[in-house]
Design a protein around this ligand. Structure first.
Ligand code: M6R
Length: 347
């Protein structure tokens, strides 16, 4: 049932090009929802864990492309601070399982004031029965506890939704190119496997990025913690000098997410800062980014055509692979990380 792979997680990482293609088939349903919903003045995302990171990318998208004010709230914090919900706010709940207790609780509260839209992977799950509108991510069943293909599919849905709501048809066109780009990275995963071997005994990691790459850094750090038990911190690169720089030395590898675009040069300056403190830097950036080649010890290249806005989808893949291969190198079963369950049904 693992289709020749050692673990479900690596199988599911490899299923990502297919998952995106399947998610793209949801476009017509998303169009219908957008037409029915009418004007959206404000958006509030609510989610946990990896689904929360997908939501953060949604905020950058809706605000930068559509000027739609967008909040992102952790479902477990929703009852303490839900912002100012009203009938013109669209509350978007993101949940792979559709059963996460905190997310369901927030959904029930949000329904009293606002329109609710759930982006869910599991057909017929509780969230799909309770939300006003439903988008299915269509990633197929995900068995590994670590969310991988469902995250990629959540992002694909958010990009389609943003393309429609913010009238940026080019976003949807660009999504069609991503499966092949990810496939090319998967075909060359041995390079990432070698980097994973090199750092398997590290005890702390930092992941840094700015703008669209900040949630990617958070997601990279979450994957690392979850399946390797190594402490990983995702940080907005510009925040490093406001505290965590004190922790950086040659024992702390730093993964820098540096796609081409507005944030690139500033993140590269942060790379210089951490290198000056002895850190080993692994940069994920455009293949022909010469700047990175000279600044970082290891560079994981992504197709040059990917700009900052589209980067969250393909750029997370090397981070998933890095954690997977480090987990295996440390003798851990990545499919069953200790203390964690696939679906969190208690608050
Ligand atoms: O099913 P959900 O998307 O609501 O789950 C939310 C989180 O529990 C989940 O994303 C968790 O963080 C993942 N296991 C991380 O890989």
């Amino acid at each position: 049932e693992k289709g020749g792979y050692d673990h479900f997680m690596i199988k599911e990482i490899h299923e990502q090009p297919e998952a995106i293609k399947n998610t793209l088939m949801e476009l017509t349903d998303i169009e219908k929802i957008v037409n029915k919903m009418g004007n959206v003045k404000r958006i509030c995302f609510v989610a946990c864990g990896t689904s929360y990171h997908a939501s953060l990318i949604g905020k950058y998208l809706f605000e930068s492309l559509g000027g739609i004010p967008t909040d992102v709230i952790l479902a477990s914090e929703f009852k303490y601070s839900a912002g100012s919900l009203d009938k013109d706010t669209l509350v978007i709940l993101i949940s792979q399982s559709g059963e996460t207790a905190d997310t369901l609780k927030a959904l029930r509260t949000a329904k009293n004031t606002s329109k609710t839209l759930a982006i869910v992977n599991v057909l017929g799950s509780t969230a799909t029965r309770e939300a006003d509108y439903i988008i299915y991510t269509r990633a197929g069943p995900e068995i590994g506890v670590a969310a991988t293909k469902t995250y990629i599919s959540q992002l694909t849905c958010i990009y389609m939704l943003a393309g429609l709501l913010c009238k940026h048809g080019d976003l949807v066109d660009k999504l069609h190119e991503i499966p092949q780009i990810i496939q090319n990275m998967l075909d060359n995963e041995d390079y990432i496997k070698a980097i994973a071997q090199k750092y398997r005994d590290a005890q702390d990691f930092f992941f840094i990025g700015r703008g669209f790459s900040y949630p990617t850094a958070l997601e990279g750090a979450l994957k690392l913690k979850e399946i390797t038990y190594i402490h990983g911190e995702g940080y907005a690169a510009g925040e490093l000098k406001h505290g965590p720089l004190a922790l950086i030395d040659d024992e702390v590898p730093v993964v820098a997410v540096t796609p081409p675009g507005e944030s690139h040069d500033k993140t590269v300056s942060n790379v210089e800062e951490v290198r000056a403190r002895g850190a080993h830097v692994i940069a994920v950036g455009a293949e022909s980014d010469e700047n990175l080649q000279s600044e970082a010890e290891d560079v994981i290249g992504v197709d040059d055509s990917i700009d900052e806005i589209m980067s969250p989808i393909p750029y997370v893949v090397p981070l998933q692979l890095l954690s997977y291969y480090m987990s295996v190198a440390r003798g851990i079963d990545p499919d069953k990380p200790k203390n964690l369950a696939k679906c969190v049904t208690v608050e």
